[in-house]
Design a protein around this ligand. Sequence first.
Ligand SMILES: Nc1nc2c(ncn2[C@@H]2O[C@H](COP(=O)(O)OP(=O)(O)OP(=O)(O)O)[C@@H](O)[C@H]2O)c(=O)[nH]1
Ligand SMILES: [Mg+2]
Length: 298
Amino acid sequence: MAVKSLLRRIFTKEKKLVICGLDSAGKTTMVSFLQNGTFMEHTPTMGKEMTTMEVQGIRINLMDMGGQKDFRDLWIGEANSAECVIFMIDAYARERFSEARDELWKLSNVFKKKPLIVLANKYDLQPVAQISEIIEILDLKRLPSFEVLPVSCKTGYGIVRAFMKIYYKLTGKQLTKRLSVKGVTVFDKAGIPLTSSSNQDILQGGLFSAISSFVQESFNSELNQLKIGNHVIVFKRSQNLLGSLVLNNADNIDPKEAEEGLNELLCHLEHMCPELGSDQLEPQKIEFLLSQYASNLL
Ligand SMILES: Nc1nc2c(ncn2[C@@H]2O[C@H](COP(=O)(O)OP(=O)(O)OP(=O)(O)O)[C@@H](O)[C@H]2O)c(=O)[nH]1
Ligand SMILES: [Mg+2]
């Protein structure tokens, strides 16, 4: 890389992230989930495609590499000039693991000098390979440093956690703490709770009944916050659903930020459940989608 462009990158806080992996691993789906907050279908990437994101003052140039055989020769050049490389693997496609290993090891010289993050994608499907199995099959223990993280670029499972790790490897800075929500509940149009997710037993007993009865009684009111004891409960409505988040007063979370997080979740659920538009509800589907996406909020 030329001196001037190297210096420009250091001084403008510009970082390059490259995402490689076999065709159909889900690389472009990941990039678009990061941009849109939900799943979208894409055509295969021809060659490579660059996307730029600005995250907490750092400009990230994300190079999404085409995974088809014809484009794999392009990976090494891009990986060499990146600060961090992601290798994505379809954790459901066991029959392609050895092909993935061979392609990953063609980049091994790159990983002697810079961090490798392996994203084990499609963790919404069953049965997926466990992380230990992926480490074994890709022979990762022979590399000086690596990290393997499970994600689903369809449901959003693990996306925030993975991005926080990637951001740290890329910039050496921690992303500001995520929401730290205590519990999240989704209700239907009539205010009937469909499903909850929490990282403690917080949604059992009194607090949950209080939230549910509040939603039932004031479903059409404009009220979007409630204080109960040490907790703040934030409500948000979408076209066909209503969501609530329980926050701990002591955590000092900006309720506006919590509302934004809740809104993103509801938009994702509405987008993934088009049947809601014709007044059909599949509670099990919503339950699964919430359990996967909740990893981004809790
Ligand atoms: N079930 C499931 N499907 C996924 C997931 N991520 C991506 N897919 C699907 O996998 C297929 C390939 O996704 P892409 O993002 O186009 O794959 P890619 O790695 O960019 O492929 P190339 O551009 O050819 O290298 C699409 O049909 C996606 O809908 C996931 O997490 N779960
Ligand atoms: Mg692609």
